[in-house]
Design a protein around this ligand. Structure first.
Ligand code: ADP
Length: 349
Protein backbone atom coordinates (compact mmCIF):
# COMPACT_ATOMS: atom_id res chain seq x y z
CA UNK A 1 0.00 0.00 0.00
CA UNK A 2 1.18 3.53 -0.76
CA UNK A 3 2.16 5.67 2.17
CA UNK A 4 0.28 8.98 2.17
CA UNK A 5 2.52 12.02 2.16
CA UNK A 6 2.25 14.79 4.73
CA UNK A 7 -0.38 17.32 3.77
CA UNK A 8 1.26 20.56 2.73
CA UNK A 9 -0.31 23.99 3.36
CA UNK A 10 0.06 26.11 0.27
CA UNK A 11 0.73 29.78 -0.30
CA UNK A 12 -0.02 29.27 -3.97
CA UNK A 13 -3.38 27.56 -3.59
CA UNK A 14 -5.84 29.32 -5.92
CA UNK A 15 -8.63 28.60 -3.44
CA UNK A 16 -9.44 31.24 -0.83
CA UNK A 17 -7.57 30.69 2.45
CA UNK A 18 -9.50 31.15 5.70
CA UNK A 19 -8.20 34.70 6.03
CA UNK A 20 -9.52 35.47 2.54
CA UNK A 21 -12.97 33.95 2.88
CA UNK A 22 -14.44 37.21 4.20
CA UNK A 23 -13.08 38.99 1.15
CA UNK A 24 -14.57 36.29 -1.06
CA UNK A 25 -17.96 36.70 0.63
CA UNK A 26 -17.90 40.46 0.45
CA UNK A 27 -18.60 41.64 -3.09
CA UNK A 28 -18.00 45.23 -2.00
CA UNK A 29 -14.41 44.52 -0.80
CA UNK A 30 -12.12 47.32 -1.95
CA UNK A 31 -9.66 44.85 -3.50
CA UNK A 32 -12.32 43.72 -5.94
CA UNK A 33 -12.67 45.85 -9.06
CA UNK A 34 -16.25 47.09 -9.52
CA UNK A 35 -16.20 48.21 -13.16
CA UNK A 36 -14.87 46.69 -16.40
CA UNK A 37 -12.29 49.50 -16.67
CA UNK A 38 -10.58 48.25 -13.47
CA UNK A 39 -10.61 44.59 -14.56
CA UNK A 40 -7.48 43.88 -16.61
CA UNK A 41 -6.92 40.67 -18.55
CA UNK A 42 -9.65 38.26 -19.72
CA UNK A 43 -10.01 40.37 -22.86
CA UNK A 44 -12.25 37.96 -24.74
CA UNK A 45 -14.70 37.45 -21.86
CA UNK A 46 -14.70 41.14 -20.88
CA UNK A 47 -15.22 42.42 -24.40
CA UNK A 48 -18.09 40.00 -25.05
CA UNK A 49 -19.75 40.76 -21.73
CA UNK A 50 -19.46 44.52 -22.25
CA UNK A 51 -21.39 44.19 -25.51
CA UNK A 52 -24.06 41.95 -23.99
CA UNK A 53 -24.51 44.38 -21.07
CA UNK A 54 -24.81 47.30 -23.45
CA UNK A 55 -27.37 45.49 -25.62
CA UNK A 56 -29.45 44.38 -22.62
CA UNK A 57 -29.41 47.94 -21.26
CA UNK A 58 -30.50 49.35 -24.63
CA UNK A 59 -33.36 46.82 -24.83
CA UNK A 60 -34.35 47.52 -21.22
CA UNK A 61 -34.36 43.78 -20.53
CA UNK A 62 -32.41 41.63 -18.05
CA UNK A 63 -29.12 40.24 -19.30
CA UNK A 64 -29.37 36.62 -20.48
CA UNK A 65 -28.15 34.01 -17.96
CA UNK A 66 -24.35 33.79 -17.77
CA UNK A 67 -22.06 30.87 -16.96
CA UNK A 68 -18.46 31.72 -16.00
CA UNK A 69 -16.08 28.80 -15.88
CA UNK A 70 -12.39 28.25 -15.25
CA UNK A 71 -9.93 27.54 -12.42
CA UNK A 72 -10.41 29.15 -8.99
CA UNK A 73 -9.12 32.64 -8.17
CA UNK A 74 -9.31 34.05 -11.72
CA UNK A 75 -12.11 36.54 -11.04
CA UNK A 76 -15.48 34.84 -11.64
CA UNK A 77 -17.08 36.32 -8.50
CA UNK A 78 -15.49 39.67 -9.29
CA UNK A 79 -16.87 39.62 -12.82
CA UNK A 80 -20.39 38.75 -11.59
CA UNK A 81 -20.24 41.75 -9.28
CA UNK A 82 -19.02 43.97 -12.13
CA UNK A 83 -21.94 42.79 -14.28
CA UNK A 84 -24.44 43.86 -11.59
CA UNK A 85 -22.72 47.24 -11.22
CA UNK A 86 -22.54 47.89 -14.93
CA UNK A 87 -26.20 46.89 -15.32
CA UNK A 88 -27.11 48.99 -12.23
CA UNK A 89 -29.09 46.11 -10.72
CA UNK A 90 -29.06 44.61 -7.21
CA UNK A 91 -26.52 41.79 -6.64
CA UNK A 92 -27.27 38.70 -4.57
CA UNK A 93 -24.72 36.01 -3.95
CA UNK A 94 -24.95 32.41 -2.79
CA UNK A 95 -23.29 29.09 -3.59
CA UNK A 96 -24.25 25.58 -4.70
CA UNK A 97 -23.52 23.87 -1.37
CA UNK A 98 -25.46 26.58 0.55
CA UNK A 99 -28.74 25.75 -1.24
CA UNK A 100 -29.70 22.44 0.31
CA UNK A 101 -33.38 22.05 -0.60
CA UNK A 102 -35.53 23.10 -3.57
CA UNK A 103 -37.56 25.23 -1.14
CA UNK A 104 -34.42 27.22 -0.20
CA UNK A 105 -33.88 28.17 -3.82
CA UNK A 106 -37.58 28.90 -4.39
CA UNK A 107 -37.47 31.29 -1.41
CA UNK A 108 -34.45 33.13 -2.85
CA UNK A 109 -35.94 33.37 -6.35
CA UNK A 110 -39.37 34.50 -5.15
CA UNK A 111 -37.83 37.38 -3.21
CA UNK A 112 -35.68 38.80 -6.06
CA UNK A 113 -36.63 42.24 -7.38
CA UNK A 114 -37.17 42.61 -11.14
CA UNK A 115 -33.87 42.65 -13.04
CA UNK A 116 -31.73 41.53 -10.07
CA UNK A 117 -28.59 39.49 -10.62
CA UNK A 118 -28.30 36.25 -8.65
CA UNK A 119 -24.78 34.84 -8.45
CA UNK A 120 -24.40 31.14 -7.61
CA UNK A 121 -20.79 30.13 -6.99
CA UNK A 122 -19.81 26.45 -7.38
CA UNK A 123 -23.00 25.90 -9.32
CA UNK A 124 -21.88 22.34 -10.23
CA UNK A 125 -22.53 21.41 -6.61
CA UNK A 126 -26.31 22.02 -6.74
CA UNK A 127 -28.36 18.88 -6.19
CA UNK A 128 -30.41 17.65 -9.14
CA UNK A 129 -33.68 18.49 -7.30
CA UNK A 130 -32.56 22.09 -6.80
CA UNK A 131 -31.28 22.27 -10.38
CA UNK A 132 -34.71 21.26 -11.68
CA UNK A 133 -36.37 24.15 -9.84
CA UNK A 134 -33.89 26.43 -11.54
CA UNK A 135 -34.85 25.19 -15.03
CA UNK A 136 -38.32 26.77 -15.07
CA UNK A 137 -37.06 29.89 -13.34
CA UNK A 138 -34.33 30.37 -15.95
CA UNK A 139 -36.54 29.56 -18.90
CA UNK A 140 -39.78 31.45 -18.34
CA UNK A 141 -39.43 32.96 -14.87
CA UNK A 142 -41.83 30.49 -13.30
CA UNK A 143 -41.47 28.32 -10.23
CA UNK A 144 -42.97 24.87 -9.70
CA UNK A 145 -42.54 23.55 -6.20
CA UNK A 146 -44.00 20.48 -4.58
CA UNK A 147 -45.60 21.29 -1.25
CA UNK A 148 -46.76 18.73 1.29
CA UNK A 149 -45.91 15.05 1.43
CA UNK A 150 -47.44 11.72 0.41
CA UNK A 151 -51.03 11.84 -0.80
CA UNK A 152 -51.46 15.52 0.10
CA UNK A 153 -48.44 16.56 -2.00
CA UNK A 154 -49.25 19.00 -4.82
CA UNK A 155 -47.34 21.17 -7.25
CA UNK A 156 -47.68 24.89 -6.84
CA UNK A 157 -46.69 27.13 -9.74
CA UNK A 158 -46.00 30.83 -9.51
CA UNK A 159 -44.47 33.56 -11.60
CA UNK A 160 -41.34 35.33 -10.45
CA UNK A 161 -39.75 38.61 -11.50
CA UNK A 162 -37.34 38.40 -14.45
CA UNK A 163 -33.75 38.09 -13.22
CA UNK A 164 -30.27 37.20 -14.44
CA UNK A 165 -28.55 34.12 -13.11
CA UNK A 166 -24.76 34.17 -13.13
CA UNK A 167 -23.29 30.76 -12.34
CA UNK A 168 -19.62 30.10 -11.66
CA UNK A 169 -17.93 26.73 -11.85
CA UNK A 170 -14.46 25.22 -11.84
CA UNK A 171 -15.89 22.02 -13.28
CA UNK A 172 -18.08 22.66 -16.30
CA UNK A 173 -17.95 18.96 -17.21
CA UNK A 174 -20.11 18.24 -14.15
CA UNK A 175 -23.02 20.30 -15.49
CA UNK A 176 -25.72 18.42 -17.37
CA UNK A 177 -26.49 19.30 -21.01
CA UNK A 178 -30.02 20.61 -20.24
CA UNK A 179 -28.60 22.87 -17.54
CA UNK A 180 -25.79 24.16 -19.78
CA UNK A 181 -28.27 24.87 -22.58
CA UNK A 182 -30.12 27.32 -20.36
CA UNK A 183 -27.16 29.70 -20.16
CA UNK A 184 -27.32 31.98 -23.20
CA UNK A 185 -23.86 33.36 -22.41
CA UNK A 186 -20.91 31.12 -21.50
CA UNK A 187 -17.42 32.50 -20.97
CA UNK A 188 -14.24 30.69 -19.98
CA UNK A 189 -11.75 32.62 -17.85
CA UNK A 190 -8.08 32.02 -18.67
CA UNK A 191 -4.89 32.32 -16.63
CA UNK A 192 -3.56 35.93 -16.70
CA UNK A 193 -0.37 36.99 -18.41
CA UNK A 194 2.33 38.74 -16.36
CA UNK A 195 1.61 42.30 -17.64
CA UNK A 196 -2.05 41.97 -16.52
CA UNK A 197 -0.97 40.63 -13.14
CA UNK A 198 1.39 43.58 -12.71
CA UNK A 199 -1.55 45.99 -13.27
CA UNK A 200 -3.64 44.00 -10.77
CA UNK A 201 -0.81 44.07 -8.20
CA UNK A 202 -0.26 47.80 -8.61
CA UNK A 203 -3.95 48.49 -8.05
CA UNK A 204 -4.04 46.15 -5.03
CA UNK A 205 -0.95 47.88 -3.57
CA UNK A 206 -2.70 51.27 -3.90
CA UNK A 207 -5.84 49.86 -2.21
CA UNK A 208 -3.76 48.43 0.66
CA UNK A 209 -1.53 51.52 0.99
CA UNK A 210 1.67 49.63 0.05
CA UNK A 211 4.68 50.95 -1.85
CA UNK A 212 5.28 48.49 -4.68
CA UNK A 213 8.08 49.10 -7.17
CA UNK A 214 7.71 47.90 -10.79
CA UNK A 215 10.55 45.38 -10.25
CA UNK A 216 8.74 43.97 -7.20
CA UNK A 217 5.43 43.76 -9.08
CA UNK A 218 7.11 41.86 -11.91
CA UNK A 219 8.80 39.41 -9.52
CA UNK A 220 5.50 38.66 -7.76
CA UNK A 221 3.49 38.61 -11.00
CA UNK A 222 5.81 36.05 -12.55
CA UNK A 223 5.36 33.63 -9.67
CA UNK A 224 1.60 33.99 -9.18
CA UNK A 225 0.49 31.14 -11.44
CA UNK A 226 -1.51 33.50 -13.63
CA UNK A 227 -3.97 33.89 -10.74
CA UNK A 228 -4.96 37.27 -9.18
CA UNK A 229 -5.95 35.71 -5.85
CA UNK A 230 -2.43 34.28 -5.49
CA UNK A 231 -0.85 37.55 -6.65
CA UNK A 232 -2.74 39.51 -3.96
CA UNK A 233 -1.75 36.97 -1.32
CA UNK A 234 1.94 36.99 -2.26
CA UNK A 235 1.84 40.80 -2.24
CA UNK A 236 0.69 40.73 1.39
CA UNK A 237 3.45 38.29 2.35
CA UNK A 238 6.09 40.40 0.56
CA UNK A 239 4.73 43.43 2.47
CA UNK A 240 5.36 41.54 5.73
CA UNK A 241 8.98 40.98 4.72
CA UNK A 242 9.40 44.64 3.76
CA UNK A 243 8.00 45.71 7.12
CA UNK A 244 10.24 43.43 9.17
CA UNK A 245 13.41 44.66 7.47
CA UNK A 246 12.11 48.28 7.48
CA UNK A 247 12.35 48.50 3.67
CA UNK A 248 10.57 51.62 2.35
CA UNK A 249 9.05 49.69 -0.55
CA UNK A 250 8.62 46.23 -2.05
CA UNK A 251 11.30 45.90 -4.71
CA UNK A 252 12.65 42.91 -6.60
CA UNK A 253 15.03 41.86 -3.80
CA UNK A 254 12.34 41.95 -1.09
CA UNK A 255 9.85 40.08 -3.30
CA UNK A 256 12.50 37.52 -4.23
CA UNK A 257 13.41 36.93 -0.59
CA UNK A 258 9.78 36.55 0.44
CA UNK A 259 8.92 34.13 -2.36
CA UNK A 260 12.07 32.07 -1.87
CA UNK A 261 11.27 31.72 1.83
CA UNK A 262 7.81 30.48 0.87
CA UNK A 263 9.53 27.93 -1.43
CA UNK A 264 7.80 29.28 -4.52
CA UNK A 265 10.01 28.84 -7.56
CA UNK A 266 10.35 30.97 -10.68
CA UNK A 267 7.38 29.22 -12.32
CA UNK A 268 5.13 29.76 -9.31
CA UNK A 269 5.42 26.08 -8.36
CA UNK A 270 5.57 25.17 -4.68
CA UNK A 271 6.41 21.98 -2.80
CA UNK A 272 3.15 20.27 -3.63
CA UNK A 273 3.46 20.91 -7.35
CA UNK A 274 7.01 19.62 -7.24
CA UNK A 275 5.83 16.63 -5.19
CA UNK A 276 3.27 15.79 -7.91
CA UNK A 277 5.93 15.95 -10.63
CA UNK A 278 8.47 14.04 -8.53
CA UNK A 279 6.03 11.26 -7.64
CA UNK A 280 5.05 10.76 -11.29
CA UNK A 281 8.68 10.94 -12.42
CA UNK A 282 10.37 8.84 -9.77
CA UNK A 283 7.74 6.40 -8.48
CA UNK A 284 5.83 5.85 -11.69
CA UNK A 285 8.55 6.19 -14.31
CA UNK A 286 7.09 9.39 -15.78
CA UNK A 287 3.55 7.97 -16.00
CA UNK A 288 0.89 7.37 -16.99
CA UNK A 289 -0.45 7.09 -13.47
CA UNK A 290 -4.15 7.14 -12.50
CA UNK A 291 -5.48 10.10 -10.55
CA UNK A 292 -6.65 7.94 -7.63
CA UNK A 293 -3.22 6.35 -7.18
CA UNK A 294 -1.60 9.77 -7.35
CA UNK A 295 -4.03 11.14 -4.78
CA UNK A 296 -3.31 8.32 -2.32
CA UNK A 297 0.44 8.71 -2.74
CA UNK A 298 0.23 12.45 -2.13
CA UNK A 299 -2.37 12.30 0.66
CA UNK A 300 -4.67 14.69 -1.24
CA UNK A 301 -8.25 14.43 -2.50
CA UNK A 302 -8.30 13.39 -6.15
CA UNK A 303 -10.88 16.13 -6.92
CA UNK A 304 -8.56 18.75 -5.41
CA UNK A 305 -5.63 17.56 -7.49
CA UNK A 306 -7.82 17.58 -10.58
CA UNK A 307 -9.52 20.93 -10.13
CA UNK A 308 -6.93 22.94 -8.26
CA UNK A 309 -3.33 21.76 -8.79
CA UNK A 310 -3.28 20.04 -12.14
CA UNK A 311 -4.73 22.74 -14.41
CA UNK A 312 -1.73 25.00 -13.88
CA UNK A 313 0.81 22.19 -14.33
CA UNK A 314 -0.93 21.27 -17.59
CA UNK A 315 -1.13 24.94 -18.63
CA UNK A 316 2.62 25.35 -17.97
CA UNK A 317 3.28 22.27 -20.09
CA UNK A 318 4.82 20.10 -17.34
CA UNK A 319 2.01 17.53 -17.17
CA UNK A 320 -0.31 15.90 -19.65
CA UNK A 321 -3.63 14.17 -19.06
CA UNK A 322 -4.53 11.12 -21.08
CA UNK A 323 -7.09 8.32 -20.90
CA UNK A 324 -4.65 6.13 -18.89
CA UNK A 325 -3.67 8.84 -16.41
CA UNK A 326 -1.18 11.63 -15.88
CA UNK A 327 2.29 11.74 -17.47
CA UNK A 328 5.23 14.09 -17.35
CA UNK A 329 5.85 15.97 -20.59
CA UNK A 330 9.40 16.44 -21.88
CA UNK A 331 9.33 19.89 -20.22
CA UNK A 332 8.29 18.28 -16.95
CA UNK A 333 11.11 15.73 -17.16
CA UNK A 334 13.62 18.51 -17.87
CA UNK A 335 12.39 20.48 -14.87
CA UNK A 336 12.77 17.44 -12.60
CA UNK A 337 16.26 16.75 -13.93
CA UNK A 338 17.24 20.41 -13.32
CA UNK A 339 15.89 20.25 -9.78
CA UNK A 340 17.78 17.03 -9.10
CA UNK A 341 20.92 18.68 -10.46
CA UNK A 342 20.40 21.68 -8.17
CA UNK A 343 19.90 19.56 -5.08
CA UNK A 344 23.00 17.47 -5.94
CA UNK A 345 24.91 20.76 -6.24
CA UNK A 346 24.13 21.77 -2.70
CA UNK A 347 20.41 21.63 -2.34
CA UNK A 348 19.54 25.32 -2.31
CA UNK A 349 16.82 25.08 -5.01
P1 ADP B 1 -13.06 33.28 -8.40
O1 ADP B 1 -14.50 33.65 -8.12
O2 ADP B 1 -12.80 32.97 -9.85
O3 ADP B 1 -12.53 32.21 -7.49
P2 ADP B 1 -12.55 35.95 -7.35
O4 ADP B 1 -13.42 36.79 -8.21
O5 ADP B 1 -13.01 35.67 -5.96
O6 ADP B 1 -12.16 34.59 -8.11
O7 ADP B 1 -11.10 36.68 -7.34
C1 ADP B 1 -10.09 36.33 -6.41
C2 ADP B 1 -9.30 37.58 -5.99
O8 ADP B 1 -8.61 38.09 -7.12
C3 ADP B 1 -10.14 38.73 -5.46
O9 ADP B 1 -9.41 39.36 -4.43
C4 ADP B 1 -10.27 39.67 -6.62
O10 ADP B 1 -10.36 40.99 -6.16
C5 ADP B 1 -8.98 39.44 -7.39
N1 ADP B 1 -9.18 39.56 -8.84
C6 ADP B 1 -9.65 38.60 -9.66
N2 ADP B 1 -9.65 39.02 -10.94
C7 ADP B 1 -9.18 40.26 -10.92
C8 ADP B 1 -8.91 41.23 -11.94
N3 ADP B 1 -9.13 40.96 -13.24
N4 ADP B 1 -8.42 42.41 -11.54
C9 ADP B 1 -8.17 42.66 -10.24
N5 ADP B 1 -8.37 41.79 -9.24
C10 ADP B 1 -8.87 40.61 -9.57
Amino acid sequence: MEEPAVKIERYVSPQALLSEVEEKKSPSSKLRPHIFADYPGQHKASENLKIFVQAATMRGQPLDHVLLHGPPGLGKTTLANILANELSVPFYSTSGPAIERPGDLAGILASLEAGALLFIDEIHRLSIQVEEVLYGAMEDFSLSVIVGQGSSARTVSMEIAPFTLVGATTKISNLSKPFLNRFGIQERLEYYDVPSLIIILQRAARCLGLELEPSGAREIGQRSRGTPRIANRLLRRAADFAQVVSAPSINKQIAHRALTSLEIDEYGLDRLDRAILTVIGERYGGGPVGIETLAITLGEESATIEEVYEPFLVYQGFLSRGPRGRSLTDEGKLLLARQRGNSNDGGSA
